[in-house]
Design a protein around this ligand. Structure first.
Ligand code: HEC
Ligand code: HEC
Length: 118
């Protein structure tokens, strides 16, 4: 159950109800993991933030800056480094390609971009 939680925590796109709680596609926002941390870091409830942070999933963007990623990018003949290539970013960051309006006012850096729906 715990691992299912962590997977979900890291994997699901974040949808926040804004304003008075009226939901529409235009209201949906992506926020950074710091939002989740405010509640999910407490030991008492299992420190899901800490568990996520210790896993590779939390480093999905950083992974694209490593040697393995550079090798894959070269094999695929990409013209830009992996961490700048849409072919890789579409899976390795949250909400890649989403319009700026889909993000919270202060979007988190890509290294913190995993988020979930509330
Ligand atoms: C204001 C506090 C708060 C914030 C902020 C918050 N959560 Fe939660 N979250 C909770 C509580 C409390 C529960 C447990 C709800 C329940 O058990 O019914 C929960 C449940 C969850 C669950 C479901 C767990 C399960 O086993 O079904 C996931 C996934 C989750 N949170 C992820 C996140 C992520 C990702 C973020 C940040 C984008 C986040 N939460 C932000 C308080 C918060
Ligand atoms: C369709 C989604 C998707 C795309 C596109 C994608 N990746 Fe990944 N990548 C993943 C997933 C999911 C994992 C984790 C797999 C696992 O751990 O079993 C991963 C893992 C990796 C890893 C290994 C990380 C590790 O430490 O184990 C590297 C390196 C990597 N990807 C590089 C790339 C590069 C470079 C590109 C672009 C050419 C790319 N990926 C495109 C989904 C994707």
């Amino acid at each position: 159950m715990r691992s299912g939680f962590v997977w979900l925590l890291a994997a699901i796109g974040l949808v926040l109800f804004s304003g008075a709680g009226v939901s529409s596609a235009a209201d949906h926002k992506y926020v950074g993991v710091k939002k989740c941390k405010s509640c999910h870091k407490k030991e008492l409830i299992g420190d899901q933030y800490g568990a996520w942070q210790d896993k590779q999933h939390s480093k999905a963007f950083e992974t694209l800056k490593g040697e393995d990623a550079a090798k894959i990018a070269k094999e695929k003949g990409l013209s830009t480094p992996a961490h700048e290539s849409p072919e890789c970013l579409k899976c390795h960051v949250t909400a890649y390609g989403e319009p700026a309006t889909a993000f919270a006012k202060e979007p988190a850096p890509r290294s913190e971009s995993c988020s979930v729906s509330l």
